[in-house]
Design a protein. Structure first.
Length: 133
């Protein structure tokens, strides 16, 4: 489910950035995720492929976030950028934890991911999207 959520974020940023240039980027991204799902066998391989696909999608989201923050420079764009950067770092650690079969790294990765989600929640509360209403 996480990979689908990251795919939605990546597609959203892709449409914003490349929407007027045709749907080739969206089709390539959807094909890459679909091929990744087809080649997975077993829980271990699925974990490797899904974390790797999540890393690619999150790297794209963070890159687009950097571009947006460099143009806007607002506190909100920095908060979102830091949230997705933390989530990207978490997935990198989670990927390594699957490779090394390390429970300790897995706990560190999920802790960092939680901090990233808290940062997103902070953005939502501060921007007035949720809370007072």
């Amino acid at each position: 489910i996480q990979m689908v959520a990251y795919l939605v974020f990546a597609l959203g940023y892709g449409v914003l950035a490349y929407g007027r240039q045709g749907g080739q980027g969206r089709q390539a991204l959807a094909a890459a995720v679909g091929l990744g799902a087809l080649f997975t066998e077993g829980l271990y391989r699925f974990a490797l492929v899904s974390y790797f696909a999540s890393l690619l999608l999150l790297a794209f989201v963070v890159f687009q976030g950097l571009l947006i923050h460099s143009r806007a420079g607002s506190r909100f764009s920095l908060l979102v950028l830091s949230a997705f950067s933390l989530i990207l770092l978490a997935h990198l650690i989670l990927f390594v934890s699957v490779l090394a079969l390390s429970g300790g790294l897995f706990l560190v990765g999920t802790g960092i991911q939680f901090l990233g989600f808290l940062s997103l929640l902070s953005f939502l509360v501060r921007s007035g999207r949720i809370g007072a209403g």
